[in-house]
Design a protein around this ligand. Structure first.
Ligand code: DHB
Ligand code: FE
Length: 284
């Protein structure tokens, strides 16, 4: 049976991708941010998951405001990245795993989640930046086995957005779907985005450290209490783009076992954002 061994959340700020390509790991601005990631990479190296389910939001590369599915899931053998206008060099493609993708889509639709299935899907910085942080050597050895990925895209861009409660339930349904997949696979679930940030309007630059730290603490073992927030509560407390926290809640919903925080970090600011990192182990 497939098994979710843990969940990881991280902010997905495009500037991180640029700092990685310029190798600014020792730069005084970036060092305290990048120094938080080796423990997560060590855990991944030790656990060796076969598949990463990446719950993220597209910011206008694959979906635009004219057509915006609430929940969409990739079912392709590979996912391309492309220039999305942040000055990020496009990355080599990410491997998919269509069998498990279709199993997720079938299971979620059977559980009354209306999923847009995508047999072609461009993945943007919401997906690629966390992948580069966690698997920096993903493509360095030609022909080597890469981690397989399933992009799960949630609308956080065009209102109305799905509620925190709905996203948590989506995660729970993903957890059940993985547990019913007959192949012996180790799966890690990644939630990207957040924490507090607002990129435009009167409150541009808004960050709420107290709210971010409260969310990072409660999501470990009191996540359901966070699902009482509405989207408007999240926007008020964490900024317009702080609503990306619903992606963290979807990740957390997928962990059905005994959840323990193995590592966490919070650092402000990175660009306009309160940057959070959390590694949760999911023991049977
Ligand atoms: C920033 C943060 C984001 O989540 C994003 O998608 C784009 C930019 C930022 O802080 O610069
Ligand atoms: Fe974002």
């Amino acid at each position: 049976m497939a098994r979710i061994i843990g969940g990881i959340t991280t902010s997905h700020i495009p500037a991180i991708g640029n700092a990685i390509s310029k190798q600014m790991f020792e730069d005084p601005y970036w060092k305290p941010f990048f120094d938080a990631y080796p423990p997560v990479r060590d855990w991944l190296e030790a656990e060796k998951p076969d598949v990463a389910i990446v719950i993220y939001n597209d910011h206008g590369l694959n979906f635009f405001l004219d057509k915006m599915p609430t929940f969409s899931i990739g079912a392709a053998p590979e996912y391309q990245n492309a220039d999305e206008g942040w000055g990020l060099a496009p990355l080599p493609p990410f491997q998919g795993t269509p069998d498990l993708s279709w199993h997720l889509i079938n299971s979620l639709v059977a559980e009354e989640f209306d999923i847009t299935s995508c047999q072609e899907m461009l993945v943007d910085h919401g997906f690629t930046v966390p992948m580069s942080l966690f698997w920096p050597d993903r493509t360095s050895q030609p022909g080597a086995q890469q981690i397989k990925t399933i992009p799960v895209c949630v609308n956080t861009v065009q209102h109305p957005l799905p509620s925190p409660k709905r996203c948590y339930k989506l995660g729970q349904a993903i957890g059940r779907a993985v547990a019913s997949f007959p192949e012996d696979l180790k799966v890690v679930v990644i939630g990207t985005g957040g924490l507090s940030h607002q990129l435009d309007g009167e409150r541009a630059g808004f960050i709420n450290k107290a709210f971010d730290l409260m969310c990072m603490e409660k999501i470990v073992n009191e996540a359901e209490s966070l699902t009482d927030h509405s989207i408007h509560d999240l926007v008020r407390e964490a900024g317009a783009q702080g609503a990306e926290f619903i992606l963290w809640l979807a990740m957390r919903g997928a962990l059905q076992g005994k959840v323990k925080a193995l590592h966490s970090n919070y650092h402000i600011p990175i660009s306009n954002t309160g940057a959070g990192l959390l590694l949760l182990e999911n023991a049977p």
